[in-house]
Design a protein around this ligand. Structure first.
Ligand SMILES: [Zn+2]
Length: 65
């Protein structure tokens, strides 16, 4: 079973408490504000700042649209 995107409505970034975007290809939850990506393990998002991946790259600009 795929990650349930309905969860997106209740999930928030642990750093800024803002909304997260779901990156289907990378299977990560993205906070554009903090430029962090949170991975999803076995359909469970790992919303820990210490586990987040820094996405300060050009890729983020493309995902906004
Ligand atoms: Zn954030």
């Amino acid at each position: 079973m795929a990650f349930d995107t309905k969860l997106m409505e209740i999930l928030a970034c642990p750093v800024c408490k803002g909304k997260l975007d779901y990156d289907k290809e990378a299977k990560e939850l993205i906070c554009h504000f903090d430029k962090l990506a949170f991975r999803i393990e076995k359909d469970i998002p790992v919303l820990l700042e210490s586990e987040a991946r820094d996405i300060n790259a050009s890729k983020t600009a493309e995902q906004v649209s």
